[in-house]
Design a protein. Structure first.
Length: 301
């Protein structure tokens, strides 16, 4: 089958390890029009943790992002996500999605983008009726300003976002490390979600990826891939916005976690299933023992 490029037509699409990974409790996430808040609300703590322990989910993709479809089977599409670089596949992060969550790409609007800067933002159809709720970090094509709203092109057709909910990321310099930290701090207390990539929940590397992408930097999706890219920084010289990587065997083994250095010996991170995005002191903790490398992706303006 010839590979096709499709767009995500839902606010947050979950990419599964395979179609059999979906449990009955996951029905709201795997529906053609998923209900992510409903999915998260009905899962028990154990069921949430099992997403990780049983490796049921791979990543998530936001409204308007493109995927490459390799094959379709029984209503499921095997996809690669080009914007999420991965050692698993040179074409992009791989996994399975319900084919109904995808649509043909809409016509390009000419280049300029807006990005959802609010944690969550209503998307209005051409009749100015709210029809979707979009996540922080969603990028859409800008068509023009109309009063207190901006007009955008999307997989659902032209629509509108409140001006206060968006920024024009390419009209300004890329974020400094301090700005990356400021964005990350807005998500304190958000529950961890294995493979999460939206304002409904992040995993550790999804959190660092999303904060960097919002700041203008595209980095690999997973912590182990991230830890060998960017600019290596001496631990004594790390600054806010640098990414801290942690490995088993006191920093000598497999990289299993990433946090964003916040300054003053602390990091902001999404720790582990069952926990929340937290500001954590490094000194005297397992993180101090396991810190294996520091990487800088941001640049001085």
């Amino acid at each position: 089958m010839k590979m096709l490029v499709k767009e995500v037509r839902v606010p947050v699409a979950t990419v599964w390890t395979d179609p059999d990974s979906v449990r009955p409790v996951d029905g709201p996430a795997a529906a053609a029009d998923p209900d992510i808040p409903g999915w998260l609300a009905q899962m028990t703590r154990k069921q949430t943790i099992d997403l990780c322990d049983e490796k049921r989910v791979q990543t998530q993709v936001l409204f308007g992002d493109k995927v490459i479809v390799g094959s379709i089977r029984d209503g499921w599409a095997y996809v690669m996500v080009p914007a999420q670089m991965s050692a698993k596949d040179s074409r992009g992060y791989p996994g399975w999605m319900p084919a109904g969550q995808l649509t043909a790409p809409h016509a390009a609007a000419g280049g300029e983008k807006v990005m959802v800067q609010s944690k969550l933002a209503p998307f209005f159809d051409r009749h100015q009726t709210p029809v979707l709720t979009l996540s922080f970090g969603t990028f859409l094509d800008f068509l023009g300003g109309e009063g207190t709203r901006v007009k955008v092109a999307s997989p659902s057709g032209n629509g509108y976002l409140n001006s206060e909910d968006v920024i024009f990321p390419f009209r300004r310099p890329k974020d400094t490390g301090e700005k990356i930290v400021a964005n990350a701090m807005r998500f304190l207390d958000l529950p961890y979600l294995w493979s999460g990539m939206s304002a409904y929940g992040y995993d550790c590397s999804g959190f660092s990826y999303s904060m960097l992408r919002a700041g203008g930097y595209l980095i690999p999706r997973d912590a182990d891939d991230q830890s060998v890219k960017g600019r290596e920084i001496a631990k004594a010289e790390m600054k806010p916005g640098d990414l801290l990587y942690f490995a088993y065997e006191q920093g000598r083994g497999y990289v299993h976690h990433v946090g964003i250095y916040a300054g003053d010996g602390k990091m902001v991170h999404s720790p582990t299933p069952g926990k929340i995005v937290s500001l954590t002191e490094l000194a005297g903790t397992i993180f101090e023992e396991e810190l294996c490398t520091v990487r800088r992706y941001w640049k001085e303006n």
